[in-house]
Design a protein around this ligand. Structure first.
Ligand code: G3P
Length: 231
């Protein structure tokens, strides 16, 4: 399963890339303004920088609601970098825009998916990615992961090529469950990615190893120099 960050924060993205675990990024009209405020940069500049930092798909969302407007915005966003994936909301107008962008060879991530039928329609319209929102379904007492599982099964049944991108993940368990039900991608906030590293037994284990090595007098691991070198 690929791991994406759901953020526009350049520092977070750089850190995740340095760990060697990041496959892509998703942004949205809530996340980009936060980074604009933090850095004073414009949305285009931020998206350009994200594409420079990450070697993978970077979702950028349109804000028009009519098909023509979404299509035009999608063309502009796709011009920023070849890795840009245009994020389109799951509406009938959105599907018209998805179809046209696909015809132009532009990858689309259909967002705000809350039912298996929406995912199926998005894939038929030509989406490369469909994004079910797990946490927001859980928020209203539904079962967000069951939705991901159903979409994975439907896509498997018919060999649908669109990738299932589990979004709105709120904690490490969501990420593990997304992997267990077969999501292609999990996108998550930086805080969730950080939590994936931690286990108390890792900390305790490391402390014990280091203490034991200290007790043994920190023996030298380097090969001792050969007699000719030591002369
Ligand atoms: O990017 C879309 C999605 O991941 C948003 O998550 O936590 O605002 O529901 P959240």
């Amino acid at each position: 399963m690929d791991i994406f960050l759901d953020t526009a924060n350049l520092e977070e993205i750089e850190q995740a890339v340095s760990w060697g675990v990041l496959d892509g990024v998703t942004t949205n009209p809530t996340l980009l303004p936060k980074e604009m405020e933090r850095t004073g940069k414009g949305p285009r500049e931020i998206l350009e920088e994200i594409c420079r930092i990450v070697d993978g798909p970077v979702s950028a969302e349109v804000v028009s609601t009519d098909a023509e407007g979404m299509f035009r915005e999608g063309l502009e966003l796709a011009e920023i970098h070849e890795n840009i994936v245009v994020k389109i909301p799951m509406t009938p107008e959105g599907m018209r825009a998805t179809k046209r962008l696909r015809q132009e060879g532009i990858a689309v991530n259909v967002t705000l998916i809350f039912s298996p039928s929406q995912a199926l329609l998005a894939a038929k319209a030509g989406a490369a990615f469909v994004s079910p929102f797990v946490g927001r379904i859980d928020d209203v007492s539904g079962d967000g992961m069951e939705l991901v599982s159903q979409i994975v099964q439907i896509f498997d049944n018919y060999g649908v090529e669109a990738e299932v991108l589990a979004a709105s993940l709120r904690h490490p368990r969501h990420v593990v469950e997304a992997a267990l039900v077969g999501a292609d991608i999990a996108t998550m906030p930086f805080s969730v990615l950080q939590k994936l590293f931690h286990h108390p037994l890792t900390d305790v284990g490391l402390e014990k190893f280091l203490a034991d090595w200290e007790k043994a007098g920190r023996p030298e691991i380097r090969t001792p120099p050969s007699p000719s070198e030591s002369r």
